[in-house]
Design a binder for this molecule. Structure first.
Ligand SMILES: Cc1cc2nc3c(=O)[nH]c(=O)nc-3n(C[C@H](O)[C@H](O)[C@H](O)COP(=O)(O)O)c2cc1C
Length: 209
């Protein structure tokens, strides 16, 4: 089949918006930020990725408004105010906590505490990182780009940050490399589906040259 996205994301026979199932698996950027008043925010973003390596940059997309409101998401408001955020790796062990932090709660709520997570301090930015994640990257905002929004729909944005500090749990370093078998990253598929990189799914392929 073929369809034009301007006719909507649910052409027959699709029962739900299909877009989230078209680019999979997607990494989950679990983004911590802090408000001007010091409230800690944590939320998952699967419109997330690494962009460049030298210097390292990442991006995430806070799209739409908070459910049932006409307010931007806290993960956008906070970085506009402070210019800082932290990428936390989401692993299979953190699935339930990650899902809990996708709930829309008042911006004054400490979302790390609410999800039963311990916060750890960062070196160069104010927002804390998730203590139990094996990988976290401290970021300073480079640019916030407005993305097109369909008529009558709330705005979409891309936040690009430069990585200024990297935390790696020593336990996931094996033979001088990060071992994905130990990290067990979580990925988002379409709809409400996820996949985890489990040890038996990891393999190496030598380059041809
Ligand atoms: C796995 C997962 C991925 C998500 N990815 C995105 C995303 O890429 N962009 C987005 O705007 N919302 C995404 N959401 C929804 C946000 O996490 C949710 O709107 C969150 O409450 C935003 O919180 P905030 O207002 O504290 O920033 C995702 C939710 C889940 C569970």
């Amino acid at each position: 089949m073929y369809f034009d996205p301007k006719d909507g994301m649910r052409p027959p026979p699709f029962k739900h918006s299909v877009y989230n199932a078209l680019v999979v698996p997607r990494p989950i950027g679990w983004i911590s930020s802090i408000s001007r008043d010091g409230a800690i925010n944590l939320a998952p973003f699967s419109f997330f990725n690494a962009l460049a390596g030298a210097p390292p940059c990442v991006m995430y997309c806070p799209n739409g408004f908070k459910t049932g409101t006409k307010e931007d998401k806290d993960s956008l408001i906070n970085v506009r105010e402070t210019g800082e955020f932290v990428y936390n790796m989401c692993t299979i062990d953190l699935l339930d906590a990650m899902n809990a932090t996708s709930a829309h709660v008042p911006s004054s709520v400490d979302e790390m505490k609410a999800a039963g997570l311990e916060a750890a301090p960062c070196e160069q930015v104010k927002p804390p990182r998730v203590k139990n994640t094996p990988i976290a990257m401290e970021c300073k905002v480079l640019q916030i780009i407005d993305l097109p929004a369909n008529e009558g729909t709330p705005p979409n944005h891309m936040v690009i940050g430069q990585v200024v500090g990297i935390h790696v749990d020593d336990d996931v370093i094996v033979d001088g490399m990060i071992d994905a078998r130990k990290v067990k990253p979580l990925a988002r598929l379409g709809y409400l589906d996820y996949a985890a990189i489990m040890p038996e799914n990891v393999f190496s392929v030598p380059r041809p040259d």
